[in-house]
Every structure is written in structure tokens, then in C-alpha cells.
Design a protein around this ligand. Sequence first.
Ligand SMILES: [Fe+2]
Ligand SMILES: [Fe+2]
Length: 257
Amino acid sequence: MNLLAIGDVVGAAGCDHLRAHLPALKRHYHADVTIVNGENAAEGNGVTPAAADHIFQSGADVITGGNHSFRRREIYDRLERDDFLLRPANYPDSAPGRGLCVLDLGRCLVGVINVMGEVYLPATRSPFETADRMVAQAKEAGCRLIVVDLHAEATSEKLALGYYLDGRVTAVVGTHTHVPTADARLLPGGTAYITDLGMCGPAESVLGVKKEQSIALMKDKLPVRFETAPGPCRLDGVCVTADPATGLATAIEAFSA
Ligand SMILES: [Fe+2]
Ligand SMILES: [Fe+2]
């Protein structure tokens, strides 16, 4: 079975680039499941119902989120009723939505979990304990394969969580930094891992934002209104090949388009 995971989609330009490239990537990799992080898909950040529709219609089976999942109020209702639009599982129970979904592929159930780190991100429940709870729930539901979107800033925290989950889940794929890392590999216990997938958004930008605006914020320390950068986009992701008999991965390949 082949599982595709795509990094954070940024703005309308990122949505358009995803639409242009995802169908061919799914065919090329014979994707059985496609997971796309959508926390920045709306213009101005967060995810709107229209952006979620666009990503699903482009071929995603599951949209994962992050620290921007709750930025747009108009998505709250959709988070409650759409099983496949996730937000990090470690938010309080009072937050709308869920951090785990189960895809029924007929021959096997696939669980997708969204967990957020706690370094330089909003204070929520421990990602380690949250991941434990979600993995237990997915296994209880009968999932043979489990993919974790680990939305976190610090590479060390992501690696630690990767090792913590090694051998218990099929794949741990990092999101949030929008910069792809060159460490896609199988961990010793058989879990496919990458510290960060990267993004689907403007190539010449800082996190998809106009570079001049990011520089101004960091240099001058005054509030800046961010806009999506112009110019060509790039899409980053991985294809994980997995064996439903073991629940583990046999290969991981990073790609860009
Ligand atoms: Fe992001
Ligand atoms: Fe994020």
C-alpha cells in the first residue's frame, strides 16, 4: 500500500499548485491514501470551508491541521462534522473537531493522527501522551496502518517523537516548518520518518509569505500584515510504502513538484 503525505498548503496559489500536480502524483505513486496538511490553505492563514473543499477535490483523503487550525471561525462547524478534516489531537476536548480519523479501504483500515509539538507552539497536552492515546484508539478501532502528522517546530522534539512511536505506527511525517528536511528514512523499528515534509506554496518566500514582509517583521520588530508571496510554487511530500500485514513501512521516498 502506498501512502502520500504533502506538506502545508499555503494560500490560493498553493491550492492551485496542489490541484495542478496532485492527480498526476497520485497516479505516479499508485497512492492508496493521500494526506495533505491544510492549516495555511486559506488566504491569510487557517483553513476555510472553501479551501478544504478545494484540497479534497484535488484528491486528498484526509486534511490535517496545526496551530492555525482554529484561526477561521467559519471552519469550526465543518471541523465538528467532517471526519476527515483533522486538527491536532492535543487541544482541549472543548475545541471543535478531532485529531484521529479512520479510512476504510476495504482490505484494511488506515488511521490518521494529527499531533502538535509543545516547543514554540501553543501550550496543549503532551504530544507524547496524546500520541499514546491516539495510537491506542486507532488500534482499538482495528487500524492496520497508522500515519501520524506531527506538527511541530523543533527538529529535536520531532525526532524524539519519531523514535518514541517507532515500531508502533507506519509513518511519522513532520509538518509546520514549511522547509523539507533531507532525512526521509526507515527508523530501526520499521516506522517511516521525515522531520518535515515541506510545503505546497510559493518557492521564493518565508513560509509562503512575501520575503520582504518576513524580513521587516524580524528586523524592525513592528507588526506586519502578511501576504502570500507571488511567483511559482513548489510542492513537497513523501510516498510511504507499507505492509498491512505488519503495519510497518518498507520504503519512504521524498519528492517535489
Ligand atoms: Fe504551516
Ligand atoms: Fe503550523
